[in-house]
Write a protein that binds this ligand. Sequence first.
Ligand code: ADP
Ligand code: MG
Length: 501
Amino acid sequence: MGELLPSEQAMPDEQRKRTSELARSVPKQLLIGGRWAAAKSGKTFETVNPATEEVLATVAEGGADDVTEAVRAAREAFENGPWPRMRPHQRTRCLLKIAELLEAHADELAALITLDNGKPIAEARGEVGRTIEVFIYYAGWATKIYGETNPSEPALFNYTLREPLGVCGQIIPWNGPLSMIAWKIGPALACGNTVVLKPAEQTPLPALRFGQLAVEAGVPEGVVNIITGFGPTAGAALARHPGVDKIAFTGSTEVGKEILQASAHDLKRVSLELGGKSPNIIFADADLKSSVSGSAAGIFRNQGQVCSAGSRIFVQREIYDEFAQRLAETAKGIRLGDPFDPHTTMGPLVSAEQHERVLGYLEAGKREGAKVKIGGERGPQPQGYFVKPTVLVDVGNAMRIAREEIFGPVASLIPFTDEADAALQGNDTIYGLAAGVWTRDLSRAHKLARALKAGTVWINCYGMIDPISPFGGYKQSGIGRELGQHSIELYTQVKSVLIRL
Ligand code: ADP
Ligand code: MG
């Protein structure tokens, strides 16, 4: 054994070696019909470590031809394979086996998430844990998908069957590269469908490793197909493919609208989970400490790259300055840096594109008259897409930074006067994904829960997500609800059978 070096010096090199080996060990091809294959075009693309800007891996760039192959494999598995025909109990077992393998490889999967996405390793571990929970939750559903018997006329026996839809195209974003797989594949498989999944081009590695584990778990060939590639090519081909029965998408509102249009051609079933500009409302009577820490987590977790981030923080006038001060202090305590360092609490943004976009919004905010309380600029790191956690004050709800989704660690603080004003300003947005309310007044909390036009309302907490609790958007934040029983409805259709007695 050599000399022990201080851990600060020893870790980065060792870590770099270990993580680059990890990136190397992941398959880089397309998973089609249970086999790994290069793209038909032979094309590849690079995925980058956002903390270092180094290339992590070169991955197959799937195109329309590859999507067609994958859809064919998924169709074959659906029409003739064992998956939709087996005892539901066997599907439960298979989904539990996936969960078990995810658990056994949790550290490695967390490292892949952090490598590709940049979120701090502790957050990545949290994501792996939530992914496992969603698979376990839907494993339980496979045996609990009921039909009805209906009291029809005496001479008729009427019952319903709840049946799978068929081939599901699923397009996911980069902010939850593993958890989004569970939200999509968990319920689709529980119901007996087959899937073609396209991960985001920024974060293909966790999905590829997942594909390998799904095969290991005994998922029959063709049931889970994974096509890495870009949105306008592979994604768009999946969204308009006539062999796809349902398309499920999580991403930007702009692309969601394109997907809905593409689906109209053959009336695919569609579910969309899109952008947000969620109001997080702090009343003067709220517990200040927990409202500050909860609101900070609500906008700074995952570098603010969360569709339901509490990006518009409405603060009642009486406590506006004090809240701003405390939130700024909390932001100051955030450690921006190497996401593999266990002390780091904020990593880089996912890509150069996001980095530019968020810095652009900061400039726009300053031009429109918002004041930087803290942050407001790129991080001091020479490499990587870092942005300092930012608190902006004197923000008006009409400013661009309050209307458009920034998808970065930028809290905009807007004052309000009373309940009515909070609801009015909070609802004054094209989005409706989520909202938060902090108050000790129970009646006010319930009144606002009703008044806010959002798919999820958090009271005295922010960002809690549970597999049993439906999640999705009002207005331009989406169509349909995922998680809970709602996903079972999204991945099945009902058949009514009438028998003359
Ligand atoms: P962002 O701009 O934040 O990356 P997007 O909505 O563009 O969010 O991306 C989310 C997912 O949608 C990714 O997997 C991406 O490849 C895919 N995507 C992007 N554009 C299209 C498109 N035109 N059709 C289908 N999928 C797309
Ligand atoms: Mg885009």
